[in-house]
Each structure stands twice: as C-alpha cells, then as structure tokens.
Design a protein around this ligand. Structure first.
Ligand code: KG4
Ligand code: ZN
Length: 365
C-alpha cells in the first residue's frame, strides 16, 4: 500500500509518500517547507501566521509530490474545486496509486492542525481515498523505523531483540519516557511537569538573544563554551520517578545572566545549560531502561537532533549492565516532517486503529 501523509501541527508544512509492500516500508518522498523565516521576527511560532503559511504551502507541496506544475490555490481557504479539470485529472491519476491519506490531528496548534485536516478531507472527497488521523507523538515514537532505507516493521515487531524498549521523545512541546512492550503496545512512564526540553532550549536562547528556534543556536554557541563553567541544576535527577521539569533550570539561567551582567560568557552559559539538560535527560532515560530491562533505547523528536544529547544518552546507555541497543532517529526525521506521520499511520493500519478527524491541540499518548 501507499500512504500520503500530511503534517501541519506547528511551523513545518510537510507531505510524504511511504510505500509499504506487505511487511516492508520504503519512504518514496518527503518534502518539508519550513516557516522559520516567517516566525523568526516574532521570536516564536505565531499560530495564525502558521495557518496562513500552511494554506499557501499545502497545494504547492501536493503539486510537487504529485509532480504537477503551477499547482496553487488562488485564495486563502479555497478548495480544490477551483482547479482546472486537467489539473484535477492529473491529481486523480496520482491518487489512483494512493491507498491511504494520513493527517496529523494533534497535538499542536489547532488552527494549523485544521488546515491539514481540511485539506486532507478535501482531497479524500475528490479522490475517494480513505483517510486516517494520526497522533503526531506516535510519529516521533515510530520515527526510528525510518532509520534504514527499507525496514521491516513486522520483523521488528516480532523481534524480541528490540523489546522491551524505552523511548525518549524530546520535542518543542513534549518530553516523555515511554515503555514499549512491542511496537504495538506502549505505555507512557512519565513526562515533563512544565516546560518541554525544546521549549527550555528556545527560552534560554531568547535570554541569550539568539534567534528562534533556539535549539540549534544553543548547540552552535555551546561548542565554543566550557560545559563545566557554571553548575546549573539537574532538575528531578534525585527523584526515582520518570518525570521531568525544566522551568527551574531556565530560571537558574535567567538569574545567572541577571547576576553576571558584566562577566557572563554566552558560550559558557550555552554549554553549561546544554550539559545540564542533556545529562538530566540521559540519566533518567538510562535509569528507566535499567528498571525495565530494556533491550533497546529509542531517541526521537526535534531535540534529538542535538549532538550532545545523542552523546550523553549513548554514554549513559552503554554503561548499563544489559547494554541495550541505542537507536537514534536520523537528524532529518527528528524535527517535524510527514514521513514520521506516514510510518505511524502504517503501524496504526496494521493495528486496525483510526483516529477521529478532529484537531486536538493537547492530544497525548
Ligand atoms: O519535534 P519538533 O520539530 O517540533 C515539535 O514537535 O515540537 O521539535 C522542535 C524543537 C524546538 O524547540 C527546537 O529548538 C528543538 O526542537 N531543536 C533542538 C535542535 N534542533 C531542534 N534542540 C536542541 N538542539 C538542536 N540541535
Ligand atoms: Zn514534533
């Protein structure tokens, strides 16, 4: 089967086509239109601007993915009815080879989510292809299946070598530890009680007057600093639970900058903050892996693109007695994209699960 996936939960518009031949998955296309330049001037994502950009980008990306030129909608909110019949017939030909349209329904910004859902509904109506809603977090969770060109989810699903697995999802909106007994069965162990890891990176970047998104900017600056220069707190590290909290760490950085106006080195602040957050995430992940005797540890989400986090998790996990296998999602699939939505849609299809086509901003796992 072939899945066309649509992702519009935040500030990336993305479309992907995934082919799943029986038990094998192959990513055929994945196009991401980033809106970073639009939101950068505002220091963060502006929901209504995100919606406007998604509305503009979606038909352009569909045209690209279906290889139809000059494919755009004339007005905001207009539907595919405004297309010439020749373009519509090309579209129908493309959709002749598509078996499922998958679209993110949450969590995320609701105005942004609705653009994707309404667009998906519109094409599904025109082309009679079935449509399925996808939880964006399941996209991050299953993104490890894209770590090879061709993967075999069924064999991995049955593969006792990978499960139980501990998954750490670290994104702009979420930080959670998940126990996967199999690819079909998972349970959330804990999550952040306040800021997500990516949010903390973005807020600390703002304190250092770095542009949005802050994560990659902090990483760049941290490379030039001393990670042991400032002893920032490692929040909740002394607690045995699987919860996180990063707002206190952000406040510690705020106070440090306020109290060292003259002599604060931005490089050292970035490096010490990065070390504090990465160490906290790595140690808590390894602890969960030890407790549940995990055979593998999966790392995904936008913050998983951070090299220091990858290293810290690798170090912590390799020190465990059972030395679990560490599977880190490829960088290009860490930040938001539709390929991960397609993979989650395929797993849900195998499970026989479908989500309602209603935007749900605070959908959880
Ligand atoms: O998964 P994602 O693209 O969107 C959400 O689902 O939230 O994650 C975006 C987050 C942002 O907070 C961004 O600053 C962070 O991931 N991020 C990074 C890096 N690249 C992106 N954080 C730290 N280091 C990076 N290299
Ligand atoms: Zn995401």
């Amino acid at each position: 089967m072939k899945i066309l996936a649509i992702e519009t939960s935040c500030d990336e518009t993305s479309l992907a086509v995934l082919s799943a031949y029986g038990m094998r998955m192959k990513l055929l296309r994945n196009i991401v239109a980033s809106q970073i330049n639009v939101h950068r001037a505002f220091g963060g994502v502006v929901p209504n601007l995100a919606k406007r950009e998604h509305l503009r980008n979606l038909p352009i990306l569909l045209g690209k993915i279906a290889q139809i030129s000059n494919f755009h909608l004339p007005d905001e909110g207009s539907t595919l009815d405004t297309f010439s019949t020749s373009k519509l017939s090309k579209l129908k030909r493309f959709f002749g080879g598509i078996d499922l349209i998958a679209v993110t329904v949450g969590p995320g910004l609701e105005p942004a989510l609705w653009t994707g859902i309404n667009f998906a509904k519109d094409i599904a109506k025109k082309t009679k292809v079935p449509i399925a809603g996808v939880n964006h977090l399941e996209g991050h969770l299953y993104s490890f299946l894209l770590s090879q060109k061709t993967v075999n989810p069924k064999s991995k699903i049955q593969n006792s070598k990978l499960f139980p697995a501990i998954a750490l999802i670290v994104s702009g909106g979420h930080t959670m530890l998940i126990l996967m007994k199999s690819a079909f069965h998972y349970r959330k162990l804990g999550e952040t009680r306040d800021d997500a890891a990516g949010e903390a990176f973005d807020k600390v970047a703002r304190l250092l007057r770095l542009p949005y998104p802050g994560g990659p900017e902090i990483e760049r600056l941290a490379k030039k600093g001393n990670p042991d220069a400032i002893a920032f707190p490692r929040p909740m590290l002394d607690q045995k639970n699987h919860s996180f909290s990063f707002s206190g760490l952000k406040t510690a950085v705020l106070y440090y900058i306020r109290d060292h106006r003259e002599d604060a080195s931005p490089e050292d602040v970035a490096a010490s903050f990065e070390k504090a957050i990465c160490e906290t995430l790595a140690v808590k992940t390894a602890r969960a892996a030890e407790q549940y005797r995990a055979r593998s540890v999966l790392l995904s989400g936008g913050v998983a693109a951070n090299s220091s986090l990858r290293k810290a998790v690798r170090r912590a996990v390799s020190a465990l007695p059972q030395s679990p296998k560490l599977i880190v999602t490829q960088k290009k699939f860490c930040t938001d994209n539709a390929a991960i939505i397609a993979v989650a849609a395929y797993i849900n299809y195998l499970k026989g699960e479908k989500r309602r086509l209603v935007a749900s901003g605070d959908l959880s796992l």
